[in-house]
Ligand binder design. Sequence first.
Ligand code: HEM
Length: 161
Amino acid sequence: MDGWITARVLHVLGVVLWIGGVAMVTTVLLPAVRRLKAPAERVAFFESMERGFAAQSRITTLITGVSGFYLVHRFGLWERFARVEYWWMRAMVAVWALFTLALFVLEPLFLHRWFIRRAQRAPESTFLLVTRLHWVLLILSLVTVAGAVAGSHGYLFGPAR
Ligand code: HEM
């Protein structure tokens, strides 16, 4: 199998596992934690459940990023980043950078501790914040997936040149 096909397969598998996991956490896990746990326990319980997913996400974001940059390099797609109709190329890198920053830098450094401390002071509003953040990330990711599938198969929104 040619390298670019392998890279594309890995890219899509990475996206499916990663964004699928974000969808599962947002639409199933968070509502279940809200139903089953008292406000004071929600954030700590949720964080302990999500830990396994965060470890998986580190691997899938890495696979998605490496395969994505390989495709850009292999096909010389750098100039797309300057063109409006390829907004989804910038969106892919932005979503990837956001998650990479959160998973590899902010979470291990302080985000985890900050959420736990905030949850002790204000449990309800912290859980609401966690839920909202997950919805924002999920919606951004899904818009990006939709744009990338349509765009990479020839449908370009925006002014074509
Ligand atoms: C470093 C970050 C990333 C880079 C450099 C990158 C790059 C690429 C490239 C070059 C393609 C092929 C485009 C084409 O064939 O015209 C692609 C396809 C795609 N990417 Fe990314 N990507 C990245 C992150 C992401 C993320 C975070 C997502 C999801 C939120 C994503 C979802 C997709 C999808 C769904 C496709 C289309 C696959 C297909 O239909 O065959 N990518 N990406």
